[in-house]
Design a protein. Structure first.
Length: 403
C-alpha cells in the first residue's frame, strides 16, 4: 500500500474524525506513562506477577481500541461501554495487587492518565454531559480502589481533571459537528447556485429563444395562431422571472426552509396579480412546493374555466403561526352542484390537487364561489411539517374541479 493510500485509510468523513485521531495520540502517550509507572512501582505490589498480567491486558486493549477508533469500527456505544468496564475493572484491581495502605496513598494501578481515555471517547461520542458522567464513573471506581473518597480536591484533583476533560472534549465534539453541518449546508447551497446558473444559461439559450420566436411569429401571422403566441409570451415572461427571482438566498432560513414568495412570483403575469409581504415568508421546503402546486392548480382553473378575460389575484399573508394564500378571480364562477357532478364524472382536480393537498399538510382549503360571482380559494397551512398539525378544516362548496 502506498503512503498516500495509507494516509487516506486513516481519514474519514466523520465530523469528529480529527478528535478521534487526536484521542489515539493521547492514548499512546498515556500508555507510555502507564508503562513507566508500572516499571517504577511494580516491586511495591504484593502480587507482582498479577500486576504484569493485568498490564498485559491493558496493553492488548490499548492496541485494539486504538485501531478500532482510528478505523471507525469502535466509534459506537457498545465499544465505549466495553472500554468503561475494562477501565473500571483495572482500576479496582489495585486493591488486589497492592495493599490497602499503598492503594490509599498512591494513584490506582492503570494510572489516572490512562483511565481518562474512556472519558475522552465518551465525550467525543456523546457530548459534554456524557463525558462528565463517564468521568464520575471512573472516579467512583478509583474511590473503591482506594477504600474511600477524599473530598479535599487540593490533595486529590482526580475528579476535577476527569470532569474538565469530559466537558472540554464534549464541547469540542459538539462544535465540530455543528461546524460540519454548516459547511455541508453551504456546499449544498453553492452547488445549487452553480446548477441553477447552468440551467439558466441553457434555458436562456434554448427555451426562451424558442418561446420568443413563437410569440413574435404568431403575432405576425395572426388568426388562431395569435392565441398560441399569447401563451408563448406569457410562458417566456414567467421563465424570465423565475431565472431572475429564485436565488439561493431562498434557502437562507435553513436547509429545509424556502421563501414562498419566490415560488409564486413566476406565476404572475398579464392575467395574474400577486400581492405579498415585504419580508420573506419561509416554509418547510416540501410544504412550500405543495402550496405552490395548489396555487398553480387554482390558476389553471381560472385560465381554462373562468372566462377568456378573467383575471386572478393572489394574496400571500404571513400570520406568524400560519400562512394564508388567497386566489381570487373575477370570472363566471361555478354553478351550484357542478363540483359534485364533476366528482361523479371522475374529475378530481379540486379534490385531489387542492383540498387533499392542503389536508396532507395539516392545513385547510376554503372555496367561496357562485354563478357570476367568480371564485376565491383560501389556502391555509401551519408553520410545521405535514401531519404534525391538527386535523384540517376543509370548507368547500364542492369537492372537485369542473374540468
Amino acid at each position: 500500500m502506498s503512503s498516500r493510500a495509507a494516509l487516506s485509510s486513516l481519514l474519514d468523513d466523520d465530523p469528529v474524525g480529527p478528535l478521534w485521531r487526536a484521542a489515539q495520540v493521547f492514548r499512546l502517550l498515556s500508555f507510555v506513562y502507564a508503562l513507566g509507572f508500572q516499571l517504577a512501582v511494580h516491586n511495591d505490589y504484593e502480587r507482582v506477577a498479577w500486576s504484569w498480567f493485568l498490564f498485559a491486558v491493558l496493553t492488548v486493549w490499548t492496541g485494539i481500541s486504538t485501531i478500532g477508533y482510528l478505523k471507525g469500527t469502535g466509534r459506537r456505544w457498545s465499544w465505549v461501554i466495553a472500554e468503561l468496564v475494562i477501565v473500571c475493572v483495572l482500576v479496582i484491581s489495585t486493591r488486589f495487587v497492592a495493599s490497602a495502605d499503598w492503594a490509599a496513598s498512591n494513584q490506582s494501578f492503570p494510572t489516572t492518565l490512562w483511565a481518562t481515555n474512556v472519558v475522552v471517547s465518551a465525550a467525543i461520542l456523546g457530548g459534554p454531559l456524557v463525558g462528565a458522567g463517564f468521568g464520575l464513573v471512573v472516579r467512583a471506581a478509583s474511590a473503591v480502589a482506594k477504600g474511600g473518597y477524599d473530598l479535599n480536591v487540593g490533595r486529590d484533583a482526580t475528579v476535577v481533571v476527569l470532569l474538565a476533560v469530559g466537558v472540554g472534549v464534549g464541547l469540542a465534539s459538539v462544535t465540530a459537528r455543528r461546524n460540519h453541518d454548516r459547511v455541508a449546508r453551504a456546499m449544498r447551497v453553492a452547488a445549487a447556485a452553480e446548477e441553477r446558473d447552468r440551467l439558466s444559461r441553457q434555458v436562456h439559450d434554448g427555451v426562451l429563444q424558442v418561446l420568443a420566436l413563437i410569440s413574435r411569429r404568431g403575432a405576425e401571422i395572426g388568426g388562431e395562431t395569435a392565441q398560441l403566441a399569447q401563451l408563448a409570451g406569457e410562458q417566456e415572461r414567467s421563465l424570465r422571472r423565475l431565472i431572475a427571482d429564485i436565488e439561493p438566498a431562498a434557502l437562507s432560513g435553513g436547509p429545509a426552509d424556502i421563501d414562498l414568495r419566490l415560488l409564486l412570483r413566476p406565476h404572475a403575469g398579464d392575467r395574474v396579480s400577486l400581492s405579498e409581504p415585504g419580508e420573506p415568508v419561509t416554509l418547510d421546503h416540501r410544504m412550500a412546493l405543495e402550496v405552490e402546486a395548489a396555487v398553480v392548480n387554482a390558476l389553471d382553473n381560472v385560465r381554462f374555466h373562468a372566462g377568456p378575460i378573467a383575471k386572478a389575484f393572489v394574496l400571500v399573508e404571513d400570520l406568524g403561526d400560519e400562512v394564508v394564500v388567497s386566489v381570487r378571480d373575477d370570472g363566471v364562477g361555478i354553478d351550484e352542484g357542478r363540483l359534485v357532478e364533476a366528482v361523479a364524472e371522475g374529475r378530481m382536480g379540486v379534490s385531489r390537487s387542492i383540498v387533499e393537498r392542503m389536508e396532507a399538510l395539516g392545513g385547510s382549503a376554503r372555496l367561496d364561489t357562485g354563478p357570476g360571482e367568480g371564485t376565491e380559494w383560501e389556502l391555509t397551512v401551519p408553520r410545521m411539517s405535514g401531519r404534525q398539525a391538527s386535523g384540517p378544516e376543509t370548507d368547500t362548496k364542492g369537492e372537485a374541479d369542473a374540468s
